[in-house]
Design a protein around this ligand. Sequence first.
Ligand code: NAP
Length: 371
Amino acid sequence: MKNQNRRGFLKSTTLLTASVAVASAFNAIPSSANPSTAKSAKNKTRTLGSGKNTIEVNNGMGLGCMGMSWNRSFVPDRKEMITLIRKAYDMGVNLFDTAEAYGPFVNEELVGEAITPFRNKVTLCSKFGFEIKDNKLTGVFNSKPDHIKQVVDQSLKRLKTDHIDLLYQHRVDPNVPIEDVAGAVKELIASGKVRHFGLSEAGVDSIRRAHKVQPVTALQTEFSLMTREPLLDVIPVCEELGIGFVPYSPFSRAYLTGYINERTRYVPGNDNRPTLPRYKPEAVIANWPIIDVLTEFGNKRGLTAGQVSLAWLMAQKPWIVPIPGTTKLAHLQENLWASAIEFTPDELKQLTDDISKIKIVGDRYPTPQTR
Ligand SMILES: NC(=O)c1ccc[n+]([C@@H]2O[C@H](COP(=O)([O-])OP(=O)(O)OC[C@H]3O[C@@H](n4cnc5c(N)ncnc54)[C@H](OP(=O)(O)O)[C@@H]3O)[C@@H](O)[C@H]2O)c1
């Protein structure tokens, strides 16, 4: 609760700056197009982390950039993606998520170039943690302290900057004590190359141990209406320790928007969904009742299935900051509108109850990710 008070204080002291920045995100929204969102467009800044380790995020959500060059089938024209990132900034987005592994490398290069004109006005997030040889991921983890430092130097070059605002360990490395990882990031923070420490798919024990060495600003983990397990363990620990939570794949890799179905064909070699049990045609069909619930609910409020699923995530805690990925301006606009959606307590309960009755078929990954 102490943390909540601190967040409230921070929110009020930054209200003026935040409302000016956030207002630009809604300039293009005709109030008649989505009146339920337009009425509370202001004050939607969210805070990740606590104490000296906080990051303010406009719209309460960031932009996941991975799919602009990797793992989401069609790769759009690079210049168009640079334009999209710059338009996102004009619309108020001030947190961009990438990683060394995305491509590998090319996504960091894309994001670095795109944000150059406004580099110091945004939060740039990247990740380390894998062994990459001949421009290919080897499938081996590597969070050895020396490796982390080398990766950061290389990432900084690709990102065309002298610091990374939020540096995540992409996956916990079973061969390197988490204290050593946190210690390496602590040194990078002391040197000015990194501003904040993040973890991805870390379990309760890893979070606690890392946080003792270097306070963690954010945990990035898969969380969506189809993957609600974080509510049981890591989200309560984040609340206790004052760590922000960043849901990745908040649409369950497009499924929750209703845009993919059992006939969807993925581009071979540039999409991980065919390797994930939840995207096998039989699972896609079995899970469809969740789309029916979202569509029925959305139709009562004039919202899309994707907007309802994003708003549900944001309704869980005021320090949850999703990073939906998109390659389309129209989808970006639609997603940003979701930050202003508010549910009544009855609506939230009904939606949660209806979704909870549906048994999700298919694991999210073939192997456990959280350690
Ligand atoms: N830490 C980790 O291990 C990890 C793992 C995966 C991802 N991530 C991060 O999380 C970000 C998002 O994750 P994600 O891309 O896996 O999944 P996602 O955000 O759940 O879904 C992205 C997909 O949804 C589609 N989409 C987005 N908005 C839409 C809308 N309004 N209507 C219809 N379709 C829409 C996108 O297609 P269009 O391009 O057509 O809009 C894209 O194919 C990534 O960019 C990355 O930064 C982190």
